[in-house]
Design a binder for this molecule. Structure first.
Ligand code: CA
Length: 224
């Protein structure tokens, strides 16, 4: 899942980038409002963490422009401003959640998961297809209660495919959500991750089909 952090405090931004990357997100950082506005116009994100006091363009303006363009990306405002008026304004402009600094990292991450889920999987922290269960909070997957040994990237690809179970996901869509702007995974990397996932899911009632020219599709199949 790809997250944009809009934060001009570089120490806080670096800390957030590090923790969220460790938790398996692909993270970009915009240090001022104009930059954030450009990135949001150009790139799809699964979530935006938005500071309000920003150089060049305020957080409120970034949010307003995003929603005016029809952007549906969930937005979590993370700010030192704890006044009710700011909260109300943020939510009225289309923010989905509001957290004030100082904040607890565990709480922030729980809210991030909740917001991403709300948009994609209808609210549960656990994704399940057949015997395959992916716990998005604990970052682990299992088949019939047997844990699967997956790398962070394999887990991320599996999550993207599971969220779209039964539908085709293109390689570009996977790539876009897997990497930030600094990452450069080669063209074949997605194929490699899918190949490894298939091997690890071999004994399971799940298959990942290649739809030629379009992408991949995860579905349950009935094994004899
Ligand atoms: Ca600020």
């Amino acid at each position: 899942m790809r997250v944009l952090i809009v934060e001009d405090d570089s120490i806080l931004a670096d800390g957030l980038c590090r923790s969220l990357t460790q938790s398996g997100y692909a993270v970009d950082n915009a240090a001022h409002g104009e930059n954030a506005d450009h990135m949001l116009a150009y790139q799809n994100y699964d979530l935006v963490i938005l500071d309000l006091g920003l150089p060049k363009l305020s957080g409120f303006d970034v949010l307003k422009r995003l929603r005016q363009r029809g952007g549906q990306t969930p937005v979590l405002i993370l700010t030192a401003r704890d006044g009710v008026a700011d909260r109300v304004k943020g939510l009225d402009l289309g923010a989905d959640d509001y957290l004030t600094k100082p904040f607890d990292l565990g709480e922030l991450e729980a809210r991030i998961r909740a917001l991403i889920r709300r948009g994609q999987s209808g609210g549960s922290a656990q994704l399940g297809v057949g015997k395959l269960i992916l716990d998005t909070a604990g970052r682990r997957a299992s088949v019939a209660d047997q844990p699967l040994d997956l790398s962070a990237r394999e887990l991320a690809v599996l999550e993207i495919l599971m969220l779209k179970t039964g539908r085709v996901v293109s390689k570009e869509q996977i790539m876009e959500r897997l990497c930030n702007w600094e990452d450069d995974i080669g063209d074949n990397a997605i194929e490699v991750y899918v190949h490894r996932l298939r091997k690890k899911l071999k004994t399971c009632d799940i298959q990942i089909r290649t739809i030629r020219g379009l992408g991949y599709l995860l579905e349950q199949h009935d094994k004899p």
